[in-house]
Design a protein around this ligand. Structure first.
Ligand code: MTE
Length: 320
């Protein structure tokens, strides 16, 4: 159910789209609900990786790189709410309840409100689509994500001219997220993007991977994917999207400001204070990570053509 603010009643999709498109979407949403994607359940979806389902559009920005095996994607995770070990989230995240799930959108928008996940996923214009985007994630995995471009979502809420940044917040529920009872980070986990980064077509609100709903350990039911940035920007299990005039705080920047900046663009020329970032190992490429050959890290993770213009004139060693 959509919980709307009274000031901005939304027309029903049937009022603003032609009947054929509307009916198609109804079937699509019913499919999502039945498959568990909308409900955030880890059930298989009728769409398989590589299939040409009419409901999912392959993104033009998808990479041709070899995919990381699904088992690695779902077992080697970072989700400190469930422990700091890479295998902790897969073991512990089953405690998270993802249904019902709602997302609050507020701040510098004309249409603030708290929206049920199903409404968030529902296309609101004929142009909106669920995409499959195969992309190199900022900690060196290649994952076929399913999701909606964040920009399509943001447009619906009509940002005001003062909206310069987008802040995100993860669910805070220590009873289901045991890591939140420990002072590892300031909870809840928070992240942010500049408005142009948020509107870039590469930035995805992911609801699935490998043709299935997101497993809890990968950020069910809704997480961010920002392919040209380091992995920590891709905040999981999002419950709040806040548009703001000022650069918002981010969890890793609060924890270690000299190590993690706001931008966190993948950049082989700027070393982390404690290690070089010029080379990387792709997870799952061979059996043991330690024996996987290092490859040269590409500027912006190889997405320079799509994103470099946003940072023209900025000193990226200062804005790291
Ligand atoms: N989001 C939340 N809420 N909590 C976290 O600890 N870890 C981040 C990011 N999103 C994290 C998070 C980090 S450090 C990485 S590398 C990616 O999630 C990992 O995503 P994956 O486990 O799906 O590969």
């Amino acid at each position: 159910m959509l919980i709307k603010t009274r000031r901005y009643p939304e027309p029903q999709p049937s009022e603003i789209t032609d009947r054929e498109v509307y009916l198609h979407r109804r079937r699509f949403l019913q499919g999502l609900a039945a498959s568990g994607v909308a409900a955030g359940l880890a059930a298989p979806v009728s769409l398989r990786a590589g299939s040409r389902s009419p409901d999912v559009t392959e993104s033009k920005l998808s990479s041709e790189d070899k995919l990381t095996p699904k088992d690695d994607v779902t077992s080697y995770c970072n989700f400190y709410e469930f422990g700091t070990g890479k295998d902790d989230p897969a073991r512990n995240a089953h405690t998270l309840t993802t249904k019902p799930w709602s997302v609050t959108v507020d701040g510098e928008v004309e249409k603030p409100g708290t929206y049920d996940l199903e409404d968030i996923l529902k296309p609101h214009t004929p142009e909106e689509r669920i995409y499959r985007l195969r992309c190199v994630e900022g900690w060196s995995m290649v994952i076929p994500w399913l999701g909606v471009p964040l920009g399509d979502l943001i447009k619906r809420f009509k940002p005001t001219s003062r909206a310069k940044y987008v802040a995100f917040e993860t669910l805070y529920r220590p009873s289901e997220m045991p890591g939140q009872t420990r002072a590892i980070l300031d909870w809840p986990y928070v992240e942010g993007l500049r408005m142009d980064e948020a509107m870039n077509p590469l930035t995805l609100m992911a609801v699935g991977l490998y043709g299935e709903a997101l497993p809890n350990q990968n950020g069910a039911p809704l997480r961010l994917v920002v392919p040209w940035k380091y992995g920590f920007k891709s905040i999981k299990s999002i419950v709040k999207i806040h548009l703001t005039e000022k650069e918002p705080p981010t969890s890793w920047n609060i924890a270690a400001p000299n190590e993690y900046g706001f931008y966190a663009n993948v950049n082989p020329n700027v070393d982390h204070p404690r290690w070089s970032q010029a080379k990387e190992r792709r997870i799952g490429e061979t059996g043991l990570l330690f024996f996987t050959e290092r490859r040269k890290t590409e500027m912006f993770n190889g997405y320079g053509e799509q994103v470099a213009d946003m940072y023209r004139g900025m000193d990226l060693s200062k804005y790291f």
